[in-house]
Write a protein that binds this ligand. Structure first.
Ligand code: SF4
Ligand code: SF4
Length: 106
């Protein structure tokens, strides 16, 4: 039977010094809205207020308000990251992803 060779010690193991790298000491919720390069834009005339966009938004930033006079679909722009899931899932296809203002076009 072949004997298993012992793994050579690393420099860290020899000196017992371990480098763990930068460690976060404070958690601050990132405003994911800064990631956005495109934003959802609803054609409200076609919206049926089903709430599918709200249910599937991973950032939970969509408000669907059916009641008059404030009926509409609203987004929290501080946290909408422009992922486009709402636009893809909308059964009426009435959400378009449009370029964010001030973002360079490639
Ligand atoms: S998924 Fe589309 S149709 Fe449904 S509430 Fe959202 S925007 Fe309106
Ligand atoms: S683009 Fe993404 S984060 Fe923004 S509202 Fe739609 S699903 Fe939510």
């Amino acid at each position: 039977m072949q004997r298993q060779q012992k793994k050579p010690m690393t420099d860290c193991e020899k000196t017992k010094k371990y480098f763990v790298g930068p460690v976060a000491t404070e958690f601050v919720a990132a405003k994911t809205g800064v990631w956005r390069v495109v934003r959802p834009d609803v054609t409200i005339e076609d919206c049926i207020f089903c709430g599918t966009c709200r249910k599937h938004c991973p950032a939970d930033v969509v408000t669907v308000a059916k009641e008059d006079p404030n009926s509409g679909v609203y987004f929290d722009w501080d946290y909408c990251k422009g992922c486009g899931i709402c636009a893809n899932i909308c059964p009426k296809q009435c959400i378009a992803m449009i370029p964010e203002e001030g973002v360079c076009k490639l």
